[in-house]
Ligand binder design. Structure first.
Ligand code: ARG
Ligand code: ZN
Length: 880
């Protein structure tokens, strides 16, 4: 493996030359596309060195000609290598024209210009534009773009790019053209083009100030009927951003295109978002309720980027979280307003406490604003996105809604049209609020998950109650020691009846009633003393998951059960139940490992029964409470993870709960059967989630009737959530019903790849002993295509990340299987291959035998001659 050099934040220098405007002409041809770029360039007055050498990025380009101020350059005036074009002796201001040939048909990496389902599309963020033409491909070089697309009309009737269509018409030889002009200056990563046979759902939106915007969602003709939810989500997002942040859409035309081959989720190209079709297409027969919700949040996310990302962009890629963290925070807030806030918060927290905490504890741990990287594509991470969102959220918590809004307003006032840094964002927040965030900035700079230990003390005589917090943060690569963080801890104190008590800190006057407040933990160890506390309370800590930390409190099991039954903060109510379940499960794991008989603990059954029977709680919330912590999360709570014991303990507890709560589950299931299959409103979704959660427990009882029920539901339901819930139960049962339903599902849906992805995943996640063989054989199935990232994630991703029990099989074949696939995929799509590597990087979390086998596979990958920079970086860091 060749070692690749790391780029460092401290080496940032302004670009030597800027581009004012770009004129692009594409003669689109799948085999060989001609790209002519005309760049109006000038020296950057801000650049330090006064050299006259121009360096442009360019990758896999066949250079045909270069003209500088209309004069053809001959070969001794420039040099070309794999990644650059260097021109010596350029003037202060000049026009550069290049012609290159690129090969979209051969582009399997899905970066730059490529073909998906016969249509042209692009993905330029972060560094794909350099695969299209020679350019200073960095986000701080912003220009206006005029784009002419030429193609065969028959084959490519639709030709789209950013901005407004200014001309179109026919040309000779069956060709036609379209000319687009984007009036907003933008970095190259926001460039996009689309060309092909696409149909379009059109609508319009009138902004708060009365401007009418044309909205278009493009997909292939047969999927046009599945675009309505995306369109509705887009309009909701536009309204929401006006109301919550006073931000209006600045375009005349807003386009969304669904592509079947897409490395990531979606892309916010100015005025022309390109989406993974998974986040556009939905009908209740083909998509689950979760799919509908994901579409709303991703549509929102890309739309919100129009301000947080496009109007104000990033100076360099170290600042990625400036746009991503903030935009995820915005899409989470949007989703919370569209559905139910506590449910949204539970799902945000699951991501942080599960895979994000694992990332923080692993070999790729990095700060929200990384200090160095080898391959920037490896840093589109849960840390940059989701922990970044938590950092924005904490600022919101510390400032309050009004001051936060003031900070956003100031940020746009100062930086509209600029490429800036996270520091600029924090300073706007500080200046608008007057609140000092100097210590808070460490959240951007220090990696790792802080741990907060709580001690409590009640003085019955003085009626005083003390909470003492001690914080620490484990070392991460390159950061052996950490400074204390500024951690907002939302707390409440519950009295014996479960009511929140008044909260008054020592030294405060009893000015106003507060039953919920945010404590600022800033020191390593800090005590908060509450006065006038009439009885010893049970503390409710980190309400609403107010900071991305591990909070450790020595609650008795009874206290957790009490919080699960009473906390006014719904998030903490859910969390207390989860904490109780984790404890019980870890005890069961110990018992299993020691060969002791397993014992039931009734506290969890009692708490769940109370929850299910409580008429004041929302159905979707109840369903969340029924989901036990997953196997990966449990593994993270152990010193040495034992995937097999975890799996069996969790299964045992689920069976035990099913038996204990049979009557309650049955009643709840029956009470919620009437969930209209066509509706996806929050109330119906809640019903569906609750009845299916109950059914999954009931199916664990030794009663054939429930298996029959599942088979019927899989066969007859007209709603994908219901069908999949039933199949998801059957997939773990070795039964004729399983085989029948899996086969029938395939017959019904084989022409809908997004539905077949669900079919692949549920087989990959089965706990049946034959699963590894089934997964191997599915690689050969006609429905599988290793070149398509969605198929890869659905089968290989689901098995290696979503089935820890089989992936970590004692004989190591799961590891070998994954390494084989990584090597195979790396040869044509490094980004997708790199993302698959994560589970192997976690080897330190397992026993010596597994460690050795996982490392052996990483070393095998590392030994590959022409490994990509993407996989190389992760493997190298994993073995370091
Ligand atoms: N900016 C896009 C989004 O989060 C993600 C693009 C990432 N693409 C990539 N190849 N890393 O909305
Ligand atoms: Zn984004």
């Amino acid at each position: 493996m060749k070692k690749n050099k790391a780029l460092r934040l401290e080496d940032y220098r302004p670009a030597s030359y800027l581009v004012d405007s770009v004129d692009l002409r594409f003669e689109l041809d799948p085999a060989a596309t001609l790209v002519r770029a005309t760049l109006a360039m000038r020296r950057n007055p801000e650049a330090d060195a006064k050299e006259d050498q121009l360096i442009l990025n360019g990758k896999h380009l066949d250079l045909r000609s270069i003209r500088l101020d209309e004069r053809e350059l001959d070969t001794d005036h420039f040099q070309v290598d794999d990644e650059h074009l260097v021109i010596e002796g350029v003037p202060q201001a000049f026009t550069l024209e290049t012609e290159v040939i690129i090969h979209p048909e051969k582009n399997t990496a899905l970066e730059g210009l490529y073909l998906s389902g016969g249509n042209f599309c692009t993905q330029c963020e972060p560094e794909g534009f350099r695969r299209i033409t020679y350019f200073p491909d960095r986000p701080d070089v912003m220009a206006t773009y005029r784009v002419t697309l030429v193609a065969q009309r028959e084959q490519f009737p639709v030709l789209l790019s950013n901005g407004n269509l200014v001309a179109h018409g026919d040309l000779d030889a069956g060709r036609h053209f379209a000319e687009w002009e984007d009036p907003f200056r933008k970095p190259s990563y926001l460039f996009a083009l689309v060309g092909g046979k696409l149909s379009c759902l059109e609508d319009s939106y009138t902004t708060a100030s009365g401007r009418s915007i044309t909205l278009q969602v493009y997909a292939d003709a047969r999927h046009l009927g599945q675009c309505a939810h995306a369109m509705k989500s887009l309009k909701q997002a536009m309204r929401w951003d006006e109301q919550r942040f006073g931000l209006e859409c600045d375009l005349n035309q807003y386009m969304i295109v669904a592509a079947d081959d897409f490395n990531m989720g979606a892309m916010e190209n100015k005025g022309l978002n390109i989406f993974n079709s998974k986040y556009v297409l939905a009908a209740s027969e083909t998509a689950t309720d979760a799919d509908f919700q994901n579409i709303t949040s991703v549509i929102g996310h890309e739309y919100f980027h129009n301000w947080t990302g496009n109007r104000v962009t990033c100076r360099d890629w170290f600042q990625l979280s400036l746009k991503e963290g903030l935009t995820v925070f915005r899409d989470q807030e949007f989703s919370a307003d569209m559905t139910a806030r506590p449910i949204q918060r539970i799902s945000d927290a699951r991501i942080i406490r599960g895979p994000q905490f694992a990332e923080d504890a692993g070999p790729m741990a990095h700060p929200v604003r990384p200090r160095s990287y080898v391959e920037i594509n490896n840093f589109y991470t849960l840390t940059v996105y989701n922990k970044g969102a938590e950092v924005s959220r904490m600022i919101h918590t510390l400032l309050g809604e009004k001051a936060f809004r003031g900070g956003m307003d100031l940020y746009f006032q100062r930086h509209d049209g600029q490429a800036v840094t996270t520091e600029d964002f924090v300073r706007a927040m500080e200046d608008a609020s007057g609140i000092d965030l100097s210590q808070f900035r460490l959240w951007y700079e220090q990696a790792g998950t802080p741990e907060v230990q709580v001690e409590r003390h009640y003085d019955a005589e003085q009626k005083r109650y003390c909470l003492t917090f001690t914080q620490s943060c484990p070392p991460t690569p390159g950061q052996p020691r950490k400074e204390p963080f500024h951690i907002p801890i939302a707390v409440g104190l519950l009295d014996r009846k479960g009511r929140s008590m008044h909260l008054q800190l020592e030294g405060e006057s009893r000015a106003k009633e507060t039953r919920d407040r945010v404590l600022s933990l800033t020191r390593t160890r800090q005590t908060f003393e509450f006065v006038d506390v009439k009885q010893e309370p049970v503390p409710s800590l980190l309400r609403g998951f107010s900071a991305p930390v591990k909070m450790k409190c020595d609650y008795a099991d009874e206290e957790l059960a009490f919080l699960a039954g009473h906390d006014e903060d719904e998030f903490n109510r859910w969390d207390a139940g989860q904490q109780l379940a984790v404890r019980i499960l870890l005890r069961l794991v110990d018992d299993l490992r020691e060969g002791r008989p397993l014992h039931a603990d009734n506290r969890l059954s009692d708490a769940l029964r109370d929850t299910l029977e409580n008429p004041h709680l929302d159905r979707a919330f109840k369903a969340q409470c029924l989901i036990l912590p997953d196997e990966n999360y449990l593994a993270d709570q152990m010193d040495v993870a034992d995937p097999s014991a975890i799996h069996h303990a969790r299964q045992w507890l689920r069976e035990h709960l099913a038996a204990d709560l049979r009557k309650t589950f049955l009643n709840t299931w029956q009470d919620n059967l009437e969930a209209d299959p066509k509706q996806v409103d929050a109330a119906t979704v809640g019903r569906r989630s609750l009845k299916n959660a109950c059914l999954s427990y009931l199916s664990l009882l030794d009663e054939e009737i429930f298996i029959e029920l599942c088979a019927n539901q899989a066969q007859l339901a007209h709603n994908m959530t219901d069908v999949l819930a039933a199949l998801g139960i059957l997939t773990h049962r070795d039964s004729p019903q399983r085989e029948e339903q899996i086969a029938a599902f395939y017959r019904q849906w084989k022409s809908e790849p997004l539905v077949i992805d669900k079919w692949l995943s549920l087989q990959a996640q089965s706990s049946l002993p034959q699963t590894p063989e089934i997964v191997e054989s599915l690689l050969q199935h006609e429905a599988f295509n290793i070149k398509n990232p969605n198929r890869v994630r659905a089968l290989i991703g689901a098995f290696c990340q979503g089935n820890p029990y089989h992936f970590h099989a004692e004989d190591g074949r799961g590891y070998a299987f994954l390494a084989d696939r990584i090597l195979e995929i790396d040869s044509f799509n490094p980004q997708v291959a790199a993302r698959l590597t994560t589970p192997l990087g976690r080897w330190r979390r397992y026993d010596p035998k597994r460690q050795q086998m996982m490392k052996a596979q990483l070393e095998r990958i590392a030994a590959r001659e022409d490994l990509s920079r993407d996989v190389g970086e992760i493997v190298e860091k994993s073995l370091a």
